[in-house]
Structures are given as structure tokens and as C-alpha cells.
Design a protein around this ligand. Structure first.
Ligand code: PGA
Length: 264
């Protein structure tokens, strides 16, 4: 696992956007096959998406041959609701880039047959060729996608029940009322995320510091599902200084040393 540490979320987001764009361009230079990416919502990716939008407009990267799958969606919230992840993704990314509409995949949280919806999503990921890169944030409880504590590390896309903690954290988008946050979501599983050739996780702010320490220094555990990244051959966590505030000093120094050595 690599840990990239930048001063603040703005610098971390620039690093992440430029890294993703470089990966898309690298694949486009060698094959006509699409670049398949997993995408996330939340406050964390907004600055990364803003930089990707700027890069698309400046001709520095194109999403014309990118296929995306979002990691999750609330169950029962209308797609048109301003806080649905459909709305979020269009507002912060898709309405401003050149990704063809047919390449965009987001779970239908109102599907009449939720089990089939989740199974079909896994099949569509495989049919697209599997993920080149999965981009994610983390929850304060260490969740990756909506894989709350005690989710199987072998889980695949399914309907999940949100913890009270997550509903409270997300209530900032629902009139500060946790009861208004849908109780369930559809989410890719931990194993779905880990099926990607590469996983990039972003974590900013001191609220994420305990989860980051658990994910990096703790045991791999279903209690902190992002810790499963420890078993991935190409996992990167991009943090600002605040998010690494609970890491041991020696861990922090080591990750800085690795980055410095690789930059030479
Ligand atoms: P956030 O959410 O980016 O809004 O902090 C991340 C998450 O809950 O996974």
C-alpha cells in the first residue's frame, strides 16, 4: 500500500485528478479498449472532479472512451432528488465532461427487483472488462462504499443497511435529520472494489484520522472495511495532513520516504 500525503485537500485533489488523467491517457495511448473506472460521491471527491472537468475542457484528458460505475446509491430516494447520487454525479462531474451517457452506470435504488439490479451490476462490470481503477472515499467508521462495519470482505454488490453513524454523518444533506437519510442503500461490495487493477482512496480532514490509522496500521478487519486494501497489490491512499494525524510518526515518515525515493 502507498500513502500519498499532501498539505491540504486542494493539493491532494490535484494529485488525484492528475493521477487519474495520466492513467486514462496511458491506456488510450496503447489500446482502443475503454478505461473502466469506479467512482464515488461525497464531499471528498468534489475538488478532484473539478480538476478533471478543467482538464477535459483544456483538452488534457478525455472521457469519451471511459466507462464508469458508481459505487453506491440510496434505496428508495427518487433519482431526481437533489441528494441522490445520480443528481450528485451529474452536478459535479457528468454534466461537464465528454463521457457518453451510455457509458455511465449508477445503481438504480428504485429497481423493482433490487437483488437482480445488484447482480446485473456485477455482470455489467465484468462485461465492460473489469475496473482499471476504483476511486473511493472513506467514512468516519472506515467504510469503503457503503460497506459498513461487519460487511464481509468478500462482499459483492447488494442492498445494505446503513449504520446510525453514517445516517447521522450524512444528515447534513437531509435537513440535519438522520431519519430523513434513507436507511438502506445499494453498494458495490468490498470484493468488487478490490477486483479493480488499482484502487485509489481519498481521505481528508481530522474526522477521518482514526479510520485512516485503523486502515493502515490496524489489522485487516471487517470492522474497518477499507482495511481490506491491505490485501490489494496496488492500493493507494491519498490523504491531507489532518487525515494522517493519528498515524505513528514512523509510519508517516516511511510513506514520505517511499514517495521521495520513487520521485528520484
Ligand atoms: P465524504 O463521505 O466524502 O462526504 O466524507 C465519504 C464516505 O462516506 O465514504
Amino acid at each position: 500500500m502507498k500513502v500519498i500525503i499532501r498539505k491540504n485537500s486542494a493539493e491532494s485533489s490535484l494529485w488525484t485528478a492528475h493521477y487519474i488523467a495520466a492513467k486514462i491517457n496511458e491506456k488510450a495511448a496503447r489500446t482502443d479498449e475503454p478505461f473502466v473506472i469506479g467512482l464515488c460521491t461525497g464531499s471528498t471527491p468534489i475538488e478532484t472532479y473539478a480538476e478533471l472537468i478543467r482538464m477535459v475542457k483544456a483538452g488534457e484528458v478525455s472521457f469519451k472512451n471511459v466507462i464508469s460505475f458508481n459505487m453506491d446509491e440510496y434505496v428508495g430516494l427518487p433519482e431526481s432528488h437533489p441528494e441522490s447520487y445520480h443528481s450528485f454525479m451529474h452536478k459535479y462531474l457528468f454534466d461537464h465532461i465528454d463521457e457518453p451517457a451510455g457509458n455511465i452506470h449508477i445503481l438504480n435504488g428504485n429497481a423493482p427487483d433490487p437483488v437482480k439490479e445488484c447482480e446485473d451490476y456485477e455482470k455489467a462490470i465484468v462485461a465492460a472488462g473489469g475496473f482499471d481503477l476504483f476511486l473511493g472515499g472513506i467514512g468516519e467508521d472506515g467504510h469503503i462504499a457503503f460497506n459498513e462495519p461487519f460487511s464481509s470482505l468478500e462482499s459483492r454488490t447488494r442492498v445494505v443497511t446503513l449504520t446510525q453513524d453514517t445516517r447521522e454523518v450524512n444528515s447534513r444533506f437531509f435537513d440535519n435529520d438522520p431519519e430523513k437519510v434513507p436507511a438502506q442503500a445499494m453498494s458495490v461490495g468490498v470484493a468488487t472494489v478490490l477486483s479493480a487493477k488499482e484502487v485509489v482512496i481519498m481521505a481528508y480532514g481530522s474526522k477521518k484520522a482514526r479510520a485512516i490509522a485503523a486502515a493502515i496500521e490496524g489489522p485487516m478487519s471487517h470492522y474497518c472495511t477499507v482495511s481490506a486494501l491491505q490485501a490489494h497489490p496496488a492500493g493507494t491512499i491519498v490523504c491531507d495532513e489532518a487525515a494522517v494525524g493519528e498515524l505513528k510518526v514512523n509510519s508517516y515518515r516511511y510513506f514520505k520516504a517511499v514517495e521521495a525515493a520513487e520521485a528520484k
